[in-house]
Design a protein around this ligand. Structure first.
Ligand code: NAD
Ligand code: AHE
Ligand code: ZN
Length: 369
């Protein structure tokens, strides 16, 4: 079949909107009509050539929602007409990781996913006879895409696609990092670095679990009012702090934060986030994705004295199990999404979404097909 999609032909170039060929679902796969997709900073990072796994030409996008239109042989859990959210972190419920009960990082198809192909080693997309690669197993910047059955979460039919798509990455990543990864307790002091599409969801997650002080840190002053909107109690712009930022944050939190979160992808910020944790028990969770070649460092003494460095992918959420519940949280008013979707675009306008993100003018841009 034919589908319209935005192709990343090469790094650092605008996406090109074309009609291309899509093969139907093979065994264990489903064809999904994407109704809406968010643009996450990770898409921009890959397009900018900063991802060591980046492959071109490919169809980016990993934050979508849509409707199943066809299923391949052997598919049991999903049927045509089901509303779904594609999962870049699938949940096979059979691999060593899924059955460990210790992680959400299903390993059953990770190797092929990282190479931009389906589990059988081939791509379903082509343009003028040339292979176009999948991205993060999702490729939601295409109106139609093919996904393994284990990489879709069935959601309720009344959830609006243009909001639910954000649960496919940003919302789940931010809220889940608080509830699943860090397991922030009532009354905790929390510092969130980077108040974008992820950081604001960490803030609303911290509010939801009853954190006490919620400090937002961003180099863009415009993010202060955004943070307040979702539960931030104090704002710090590092560019305006006289003296040492860590000392300032430790002062603000009476000895250091119980929990900190990096939502910038900047390795210097990750160090600050660790060192702003309370001696003896503070836990710092890395969410931001750093560019290829970057490394984190700190004095080992920071860990010897009880600070803990953690990381979180997709908020530690098990996609098929947890995503439908997060959709319920949204539909029942437990978490907010609508105000964070600052821009709604057509597929033809998708490059504008990247420009808005780089200019710090959007929280989330959503493309509606
Ligand atoms: P975004 O562009 O919407 O927000 C980033 C924010 O960080 C902006 O407000 C920016 O002003 C701020 N910032 C930049 N440099 C800073 C600094 N030195 N100090 C303080 N603030 C600074 O991006 P996003 O969509 O929120 O994504 C944030 C990060 O999370 C990215 O690295 C993205 O790739 C990553 N991410 C990770 C996961 C995961 O599962 N681990 C999921 C989604 C996104
Ligand atoms: N491919 C990169 C790493 C990118 C990365 O860390 N991705 C996150 C999701 S970001 C969503 O916006 C993730 O889930 N990682 C776990 C995984 O298995 O990819 C690199 O450094 O090679
Ligand atoms: Zn993302």
């Amino acid at each position: 079949m034919k589908t319209r999609a935005a192709i990343a032909f090469e790094a650092k170039q605008p996406l090109e909107i074309v009609e291309l060929d899509l093969e139907g679902p093979k065994e264990g796969e489903v064809l999904v009509e994407i109704m809406a997709t968010g643009i996450c900073h990770t898409d921009a990072y890959t397009l900018d050539g900063l991802d060591s796994e980046g492959i071109f030409p490919s169809i980016l996008g990993h934050e979508g929602a849509g409707i199943v239109r066809e299923v391949g042989p052997g598919v049991k859990s999903i049927k045509p007409g089901d509303h779904v959210i594609p999962l870049y972190t699938p949940e096979c419920r059979e691999c060593k990781s899924c059955t460990s009960g210790k992680t959400n990082l299903c390993t059953s198809i990770r190797a092929t996913q990282g190479k931009g192909v389906m589990p059988d080693g081939t791509s379903r997309f082509s343009y003028k006879g040339e292979t176009i690669y999948h991205y993060m197993g999702c490729s939601t910047f295409s109106n139609f895409t093919v996904l393994p059955e284990i990489a879709v979460a069935k959601i309720r039919d009344d959830a609006p696609f243009d909001k639910a798509c954000y649960i496919g990455c940003g919302v789940t990543t931010g809220v889940g990092a608080v509830t699943n990864t860090a397991q922030v307790e009532v009354g905790s002091n929390v510092i969130v670095f980077g108040l974008g599409g992820i950081g604001l969801n960490v803030i609303q997650g911290a509010r939801m679990v009853g954190a006490d002080k919620i400090i937002g840190v961003d180099i863009n002053d415009d993010k202060a009012s955004w943070g307040e909107r979702f539960g931030m109690t104090h704002f710090v712009n590092p560019l305006k702090v006289k003296g040492d930022l860590v000392a300032h944050l430790v002062d603000l939190t009476d000895g250091g934060a119980d929990y900190t979160f990096d939502c910038t992808g900047n390795t210097d910020v990750m160090r600050t986030a660790l060192e702003a944790c309370h001696r003896g028990w503070g836990v710092s969770t890395v969410i931001g994705v750093a560019e290829a070649g970057k490394e984190i460092s700190t004095r080992p003494f920071q860990l010897v004295t009880g600070r803990v460095w953690k990381g979180s992918a997709f908020g530690g959420a098990k996609g098929r199990t947890d995503v439908p519940k997060i959709v319920d949280w949204y539909m029942n008013g437990k978490i907010e999404i609508d105000p964070m979707i600052t821009h709604v675009l057509t597929l033809d306008e998708i490059n504008k979404g990247f420009d808005l993100m780089h200019a710090g003018e959007s929280i989330r841009s959503v493309v509606v097909f």
